[in-house]
Design a protein around this ligand. Sequence first.
Ligand SMILES: *Cc1c(COP(=O)(O)O)cnc(C)c1O
Length: 386
Amino acid sequence: MKMQFPVEAFKGIETPFYYYDVELLQATLDAVKREAAKYEGFHVHYAIKANFNPRLLEIVNKAGIGADCVSGGEVRAALAAGIPADKVVFAGVGKTDKEIALSLDAGIFCFNVESVPEIEAIERLAAERGVVAQVAVRVNPNVGAHTHANITTGLAENKFGVNYEQLDGVIDVIESMPHIKLIGLHFHIGSQLLVMDDFIALCSRINELQELLMETRSLVLPHINVGGGLGIRYDFPDKYPIPDFEAYFATYANNLKLHPGQQLHFELGRSLVAQCGALITRATYIKSGTCKKFIIVDAGMNDLIRPALYEAYHRIENLMSTKADGVYDVVGPVCESSDVFCKDRRIPETQRGDILAIRSAGAYGEAMAFGYNCRELPKAVLSTDL
Ligand SMILES: *Cc1c(COP(=O)(O)O)cnc(C)c1O
């Protein structure tokens, strides 16, 4: 089930644009649902920040998957796509009063809280409304995810979550608040994790913590949320179009000691949407330097910032050339030296006007696009539009 590119149809469409293969998205959602359903009490939420395109959100909603949001705007996007409020969780270190208020008014399932002042703000706003807010404490497990430094989130030095030493005090604060109910613990250690070891390390930390809460407070919470982070194969998108959800859920089932009836929540972003999307671009010019050949394309870092921001690798394919490989730097038109998609890459000999696909761009692509240099935001085309 590899991604399909209708090149003839692309020829009539202005570039750059994001292209989404709905069949592959559907197959990915089917796979995650099927694998999670093998275990009792496993719930999948889609981390909307990976891609909040409203038409993709509707497909996610139809699959019966909940939402993980990190802003008030994302809570609104989830609700607009029809995702029921009782399947929405809201995380983030800087929730404003306005964002908390709209989430309370919508009646979301759970706030993943990250500090005492945030808990106080939720208590005040919930009291004003005469409601009780359900919260999970986001715990910083101090587990180092082996991924790019900009996308690890579970180390003591990161801004996210409450450290172990502070957890007891934070639970005391929550228990003193009449309009807040503690229902769970939340974790998220980072992104693009391909080896299961980091998830196993997270499971052991959670097991220790659960034992401690049992011993010291006789506390068993009904929900554990382990966040997201499952990676995808940027190097071989056609060989691995659907992530290994089977191994991922089995890792948790085998390593996490849940109490009877405890529900386990996952917040998967990248792994659900990355492989079904590609950024489609045209070669504007082929430029020969003294020591380099450049393919200058009409997509830039403003359309897909991952290479510039995280040194991310994306496969780049020429959809129109079957010639022998040349060696190229593929660069955008934006006035920044970091506007480079790849360097010294073997790509079939390319001509002005050829259409290229920058693969595995369905996650953190369109969602992170911006308008620098007065560039238009990239459009989105779904396979079902053609
Ligand atoms: C970003 C994020 C996720 C999703 O991460 P992926 O690596 O895309 O799966 C899940 N939970 C939280 C709290 C996040 O911030």
